[in-house]
Design a protein around this ligand. Structure first.
Ligand SMILES: NC(=O)c1ccc[n+]([C@@H]2O[C@H](COP(=O)([O-])OP(=O)(O)OC[C@H]3O[C@@H](n4cnc5c(N)ncnc54)[C@H](O)[C@@H]3O)[C@@H](O)[C@H]2O)c1
Length: 436
């Protein structure tokens, strides 16, 4: 059993902390947001992630996990994880202010021989900056390990407990040993832990996310071209996905990627490359394609109704950046709404889980042309068009005759190619997907 302190109790910190507790370690999760800690102390999860609430409750009951707003537990911890946000700064780089501030606070109370683990996604070389900042605050000996996280929101617990790989970057045997001990219950089941230098570990995370973002943008461009030349992207996907060099994942065309990782990590890698005199063209293009793709579905509405959408009501199914999460950071729905509202439309949105977060966003942005309703079918009442933005399972097999009777218009824009085109057409609806 190791004593672990997790700094930052967001999507990564809370999932990692809870899973470490489940593996038998003693975990304290710290956050500077007192509301999050209050919710957690009441045994609830402040975020939606499948399976997290149950796991959290079980580990709170068995006193393996606790929560606080102060840094007291750091002075006893064998490992202190930094899992705070690394958002995009104005120049596109990763803003490391939360990492550096957390490092200072940790270093002031860290115990002799403890390990600081950087779990946040950080540009190459950050481990050295963390080390320097900590050295300026303390005289005790400590180790620095880089341990980027590869979990996906929506499947985060499964990803953490059964990872494709655990990447550990370290330059010393002690750091490597404590990480092998920490992850032993997972590696004992055959899941690989790969050791490398801190720099390579930091780069691995950007390489993975930017590769996947590029794959999405690639298939989106192929889908756009399919539309022009009369090919069908569904068939084209079948024609390529069994090739093991290509693989079947991240080959779904749609309204672009979003979330708190791909958009910012793509920008941070471009920035890192630029700082090192490299014009990273392929990832820049992936970013450009995504910016275009996010709102491309709105073009269909404009083709049918013209450039002025005043008096038109558009329904949106799905607000979260992807299914099985309440995370709306960089969600394509926001960009689609901005464009619709700019054209004069009113928008009615529905999401199975992300409504509360989205309502806060609408309030902050004063978007009073947008309202939220509590069911998918009430969203389309009197709507001139329906845009499907997030591929939640509950949207996948709707009653098209009910849709037809409840809508004012008959336009369905399927931004994730989730719906059956033939069933929609059979009901007399006008259907547009991406590359279909
Ligand atoms: N979300 C994902 O799917 C995912 C996956 C892999 C990696 N990552 C990376 O992990 C990091 C964290 O991402 P996230 O989505 O969990 O972020 P998040 O915004 O959900 O959580 C970060 C938390 O850190 C807290 N915090 C900030 N400064 C603090 C401090 N000094 N002390 C204590 N708490 C502090 C914030 O209040 C917040 O609750 C990022 O670098 C991200 O790129 C995220």
């Amino acid at each position: 059993m190791l004593k672990v302190t997790m700094i930052g109790t967001g999507y990564v910190g809370l999932v990692s902390g809870t899973c470490f507790a489940e593996l038998g370690h003693k975990v304290n999760c710290i956050d500077i947001d007192p509301r999050k800690i209050e919710v957690l102390e009441n045994g609830e999860s402040p975020i939606f992630e499948p399976g997290l609430s149950e796991l959290l409750k079980r580990n709170i009951r068995s006193e393996r996990i606790s929560f606080s707003t102060n840094y007291d537990s750091v002075s006893n911890a064998d490992l202190v994880f930094l899992a705070v946000g690394t958002p995009t700064a104005d120049d596109g780089s990763a803003d490391l202010k939360y990492i550096f501030e957390a490092t200072r606070m940790v270093a002031r109370v860290i115990k002799e021989g403890a390990t600081i683990v950087v779990k946040s996604t950080v540009p190459v070389g950050t481990f050295q900056k963390v080390k320097d900042i900590a050295l300026a605050e303390t005289d005790v000996n400590f180790k620095i390990v880089s341990n980027p996280e590869f979990l996906k929101e929506g499947a985060a617990i499964e990803d953490f407990m059964k990872p494709d790989r655990i990447v550990v970057g370290t330059d010393n045997e002690d750091g490597s040993k404590v990480m092998r001990d920490l992850y032993k219950p997972i590696t004992d089941k055959g899941f690989p832990l790969i050791e490398m230098s801190n720099s390579s570990a930091e780069m691995s995370k950007y390489a993975a996310n930017c590769f996947l973002a590029t794959k999405i943008s690639f298939i989106n461009e192929i889908a756009n071209l399919c539309e022009k030349v009369g090919a069908n992207i569904d068939e084209v996907r079948e024609g390529i996905k069994t090739d093991p060099r290509i693989g079947k994942y991240f080959l779904n065309p749609g309204s672009g990627y979003g979330g708190s990782c791909f958009p910012k990590d793509v920008k941070a890698l471009i920035h890192l490359a630029k700082e090192n005199d490299i014009d990273f063209k392929i990832v820049k293009s992936a970013d450009d394609v995504n910016n275009y793709q996010r709102c491309r579905i709105v073009d269909r509405v404009l083709e049918i109704y013209g450039d002025d959408l005043k008096g038109k009501k558009i329904a949106l199914w799905g607000l979260a950046f992807k299914p099985e999460t309440d995370d709306i950071r960089e969600a394509p729905s926001k960009y689609i709404i901005d464009r619709l509202v700019a054209k004069g439309a009113s928008v009615v949105g529905y999401d199975p889980i992300a409504m509360e977060n989205f309502q806060s966003y609408l309030d902050e942005e004063n978007l009073d042309q947008v309202s939220l309703v509590s069911t998918s079918m009430s969203a389309i009442d009197g709507a001139d068009a329906l845009i499907l933005v997030t591929e939640w399972r509950e949207f996948s097999n709707p009653d098209f005759s009910e849709i037809k009777s409840r809508m004012n218009g008959s336009l369905i824009c399927d931004g994730r190619n989730l719906l059956s085109k033939s069933k929609a057409l059979k009901e007399g609806l006008v259907y547009f997907g991406i590359g279909r």
